[in-house]
Every structure is written in structure tokens, then in C-alpha cells.
Design a binder for this molecule. Structure first.
Ligand SMILES: [Fe+2]
Length: 213
């Protein structure tokens, strides 16, 4: 059985400033906890906002991520730079040509990493991403986990729910009749769990700063 660790929203900065704590230290502490586990995860899924908008690129983040105690699957969030992200992580995952989605086999599990930041910065899926997802779901051979940055479910936190997840109804219809058994997200910087489209869906606390509800 596959074992996955989810880490999210480190917002790694390259200017040494953070109003609350150093997210690089938080990430190193998370790696230490994973290293101390009796059974190591088969993979670490990093569900976005790897850097903060203050950062010029990923030069400061890559050395930290290379020290991970398990293979990292990097995903973009709304604070990431798509072009710089693709250049930095091109050898880490097989990204789709038009967005940064990819699939991965983790032990006996299929994982779908879905890029939910649209070119205009809004959360959601455009027709290109929906088509890509339909193709992936049509070939699934086993129960699967879908990871994305933005939770598709309402968080009831206004600053998170606006402007709304684009094409969420089409996304929900696809998930409801698919082999996806678990959805994991970031973005909320909080632990949340609900049932969405008939599937257990959650967000994880951030390694970076907290956000109000
Ligand atoms: Fe974030």
C-alpha cells in the first residue's frame, strides 16, 4: 500500500524576511519528522506555493528540496511562476505541455497532480485542463489520488473563496464518476476536510504563514 506525505505552501522566500517564522526551517523540520517515521513515505507531494512572490526564482528553494528524505513531486500554486517553475523542475515530473499538470505512479497508486492556477491567476480548470483530466481519468487502472493547489470546495473564508473555482461543476461531474478516491489540496493554509463530488477532500496546514478563517 502506498504511503504519501503531503507538504504544502512553504512560501520559501529569498530575502530572509518572514513576518512569522522562517519557512525554510519549517520545511527542514518537516523533513526531519518524515525521516524519523518508522515507515518512510513513498513520495512527498508538495501542493503548491513553493516560493513566495518576493522570490525571483527557485534558486533558493531547490537546494532545500533536494534534501528531502523521499522523492518530492512538486506542484505549482498561485504564488509560483509558471515559466520559472517549469524550468526549475523539468527533471522532477513530466509536465503537460500547456500547463503544469502531471501524473505519477506511487507504489500501487496512481496520482494525478492537477495545475489549478489559470493563466489569469484565477483558480480553476479551463477547457485545456478539463480535456487533459478527462484523458487521464479515462485511462486510470486503479483507485487514485488527485492533488491540486486550490480546494474545489467552499472553505467559507471569503478571501479564499473569491473569485471562485472556475468550471467547478464540470470538474465535480468528472470526479463523481471516476476512480479518484481522495482529493488533497493546499492554498487554505489550514486543515480542512469534507466530502466533495462524493470523494473525501481535504486541505493541509501550510509550512509557511497561517491564514485567518
Ligand atoms: Fe499559499
Amino acid at each position: 500500500m502506498a504511503l504519501i506525505a503531503q507538504l504544502t505552501d512553504p512560501h520559501l522566500r529569498d530575502d530572509g524576511k518572514d513576518p512569522f517564522h522562517d519557512p525554510a526551517v519549517a520545511m527542514q523540520q518537516a523533513f526531519a519528522q518524515i525521516s524519523a517515521m518508522d515507515r518512510k513515505p513513498d513520495a512527498i507531494i508538495l501542493t503548491g506555493d513553493i516560493i513566495d512572490r518576493s522570490a525571483a526564482g527557485y534558486g533558493h528553494a531547490l537546494p532545500i528540496l533536494r534534501r528531502a528524505p523521499a522523492p518530492i513531486l512538486p506542484m505549482p500554486g498561485n504564488h509560483d511562476d509558471p515559466l520559472a517553475f517549469r524550468a526549475a523542475f523539468t527533471d522532477w515530473a513530466a509536465f503537460a505541455p500547456d500547463h503544469l499538470s502531471f501524473t505519477a505512479r506511487i507504489a500501487d497508486l496512481d496520482m494525478i497532480a492537477l495545475d489549478s492556477t489559470l493563466p489569469d491567476g484565477r483558480p480553476g480548470l479551463d477547457p485545456t485542463r478539463l480535456d487533459w483530466l478527462a484523458g487521464v481519468l479515462g485511462t486510470l487502472q486503479r483507485p487514485s489520488v488527485l492533488a491540486l493547489h486550490h480546494p474545489p470546495f467552499p472553505t467559507l473564508a471569503p478571501h479564499l473563496d473569491k473569485p471562485g473555482f472556475q468550471n467547478v461543476d464540470a470538474f465535480a461531474r468528472m470526479i463523481a464518476c471516476s476512480g479518484v478516491r481522495r482529493i488533497i489540496a493546499g492554498h487554505s493554509h489550514r486543515a480542512m476536510q469534507t466530502v466533495w463530488a462524493g470523494t473525501l477532500a481535504s486541505t493541509a496546514p501550510a509550512l509557511g504563514h497561517g491564514l485567518s478563517l
